[in-house]
Design a protein. Structure first.
Length: 196
């Protein structure tokens, strides 16, 4: 089963949730440790999905996030307990005036990263949108040039990771800012990160 239908199922089945945290700011760098063993298993059937805890899953379990934002770029790095197989990383970026979504899809050794803007998911042409996958260190990073985000003074990010399961209709997911995996419609967002 290709990952694109999994991505559509994840969005339709409501894998991620938006939660506005208090508006404190970080000066250019945000680091976040996410508890291990908070992965959730999503079993999709038609238009419905069942979500259960999957503490033994390591390949979707985010344990650390670092986001660095300066005048040139946003670099987001996620470390997992293990990194293997086909998966996708999804990030929501909110600024004072815009919403962006970054999706990095990994299939059969290839990486495809896209940037879209707004509710309508309008593609953004962005030279310098770069994925960096390090299997040995269980890390996934994406670099987004600041100019592709309209060069905001601050931004907030939310990050989720989805791993396809072996059985049809099964996937495993984690949200780096949520203690119990992923739920509902949007990713949980960080506090403001100001350009460093």
């Amino acid at each position: 089963m290709p990952l694109r239908p999994v991505l559509r199922t994840a969005a339709a089945g409501g894998l991620v949730m938006a939660l506005a945290l208090p508006a404190a700011a970080f000066a250019g760098v945000l680091t976040r440790s996410d508890p291990a063993q908070d992965v959730q298993k999503i079993t999709s059937s038609g238009t419905s999905a069942t979500i259960t805890d999957a503490p033994d899953n390591k390949t979707a379990d985010i344990v650390h996030l670092t986001a660095r934002y300066d005048r040139q770029r946003l670099r987001e790095t996620v470390r997992l307990r293990d990194l293997a197989g086909d998966w996708f990383l999804t990030s929501r970026i909110r600024t004072a005036t815009h919403r962006f979504d970054v999706v990095l899809i990994h299939e059969a050794g290839s990486n495809q990263v896209t940037l879209t803007k707004g509710q309508g998911q309008t593609p953004v042409v962005c030279d310098g949108l770069v994925p960096d996958v390090d299997v040995a260190h269980h890390t996934v990073a994406v670099i987004v040039p600041a100019e592709c985000l309209s060069d905001p003074h601050w931004l907030r990010i939310g990050t989720g990771f989805v791993k396809r399961g072996r059985a049809s209709g099964v996937s495993f997911a984690d949200d780096s800012f949520r203690l119990r995996g992923v739920l509902e419609a949007n990713l949980t967002l960080s506090r403001k990160i100001h350009q460093g």
